[in-house]
Design a protein around this ligand. Structure first.
Ligand SMILES: [Zn+2]
Length: 346
């Protein structure tokens, strides 16, 4: 649901071709590409470019996410109708959250009218300004400026209220705190149309990992406390499959980390994990896939829940190497990825 392919504009970081190769290597048959490319995917021609490039690469299916505002600058709305027509499945200003509540309200109304999901990276940029890691014991210990939980939660609360007001389908990207889990749990209880995702990083790691200043532990939102991590796992355990898709960063480690942490360590069922990686995201963004029904496209990932592997950066298909999981021994991993019935991996 949440992948950065960096093309057009930043091909030295990742290309659509390297991104889809990483996807199938990690067991992903479909991925959603965030719009923070250069130029930003805020119009139909960029949307079409991404779809054409993905088709050329011929591996995982790529669903573009268009921008909410022009240039993701947070002011005027982007050409949502045209992007939807060209194949965009949702809109987001991921990484550059819409700070103006009125702009967000209009964006939700417009997206609702065009059948698009609004994906928000929930972060108050004023509250988080200058922060490098979670605000807490470890930021004090390390002398780094912290990012408070409130920087995320205040925007989650705003988005819930605007979702209720507008009736738009809203999806909160990569939640990281206890408070966000609680806000979303309560909103769902009230029938507000909201979903969320969590990354493997936030399920597997805490801000204690920042000790030693490994820059691979620097991410936005930051790794949080153990209390937050446990709340995120509980959220994954309880929230029903329709409403709890699983966000992923790190295509080639996500399945292994999810099975290791959620199944082997925390006792979630394998079927629950499969739902979070397949039917949950497919429903949230109204995508095909996530089904083994007769007649469905044969996008199938075969994995071994006890298959042991070590995360080896030299074998990554992605151009990107910034993972905190290098050298981790995982239990549970992908064996083969089929797209439309065709084998894609060795
Ligand atoms: Zn984001």
């Amino acid at each position: 649901m949440h992948v950065h392919l960096r093309e057009p504009g930043e091909e030295y970081k990742e290309t659509i071709a390297s991104g889809v190769a990483a996807a199938v290597a990690g067991g992903f048959t479909s991925i959603c590409a965030m719009p923070n490319t250069n130029p930003v995917n805020d119009n139909a021609s960029v949307t079409r470019f991404i779809i054409d490039k993905a088709r050329e690469a011929g591996l995982a299916r790529v669903y573009p996410v268009g921008a909410i505002t022009r240039g993701s600058a947070g002011q005027e709305l982007a050409e949502m109708a045209e992007m939807k027509e060209a194949g965009a499945v949702a809109v987001s200003d991921d990484g550059r959250p819409v700070m103006n509540g009125q702009v967000m309200r209009h964006a939700m109304e417009y997206a609702r009218d065009h059948g698009l999901v609004v994906v928000d990276h929930a972060q108050d940029l004023n509250l988080s300004a200058g922060g490098a890691m979670n605000e807490g014991r470890y930021s004090t210990l390390l002398g780094l400026k912290g990012i408070s939980a409130a920087a995320e939660e205040s925007h989650v609360a705003r988005d819930i209220m605007l979702a209720e007001l507008t009736g738009a389908r809203v999806h909160i990207a990569h939640i990281s705190t206890v408070g966000s889990v609680e806000l979303i749990r309560r909103a769902k209880g009230q029938g507000i149309p909201i979903t969320c995702e969590v990354t493997p990083h936030h399920l597997a790691l805490t801000d204690a990992a920042v000790l030693g200043f490994d820059t691979n532990t620097k991410m936005n939102p930051p790794l949080r406390s153990e209390k937050d991590r446990v709340a995120l796992i509980e959220g994954a355990r309880e929230l029903d499959y329709d409403h709890a898709p699983f966000g992923v960063i790190g295509l080639e480690t996500a399945v292994g980390v999810a099975i290791s942490v959620l199944y082997h360590t925390s006792g979630l069922s394998l079927s629950r994990i499969v739902e979070m990686l397949t039917t949950g995201p497919a429903r949230a963004f109204s995508l095909q896939g996530g089904s083994l029904k007769e007649g469905a496209s044969a996008d199938v990932t075969i994995f071994g829940p006890d298959r042991k592997s070590t995360v080896d950066l030299s074998r990554f298909k992605s151009k990107s190497r910034n993972t905190p999981f290098a050298g981790w021994k995982l239990r549970g991993n992908v064996v083969e990825t089929l797209i439309g019935g065709r084998k894609t991996t060795g």
